[in-house]
Design a protein around this ligand. Sequence first.
Ligand SMILES: [Zn+2]
Length: 86
Amino acid sequence: MTRWIRLGIASSCGNCSKPLPVDATVLEFARRPWAVIRCVACAGEEPPDSVDPPVRTSTKLRIDFNDRIDAMRGGRDWKHAQAGER
Ligand SMILES: [Zn+2]
C-alpha cells in the first residue's frame, strides 16, 4: 500500500538519501514490519494538492516511579513479608 504523507519527524529518502525536513511530503510504501519513504523526485509521480498534516507523537516518557515500585513490591512491605504477615 502506498500513500502520500507529511513527515512528523525529519528523515531521509530511502532511495537517494536526500535529507527530508519535518512537514516534507513523501510517498510511503507500507511494508511489514516497517515502511519506507521516497522523496518527490524518487517517487516518480506528483503528490496530491493536499496531504494530511503529520501525526505528531510525544517522545516524552511518563513514568510514575511510585507506581512502578508498588508493582514490584506487590503491594506488600518487604519487612512485613519477612515476618510472615499478610
Ligand atoms: Zn529520493
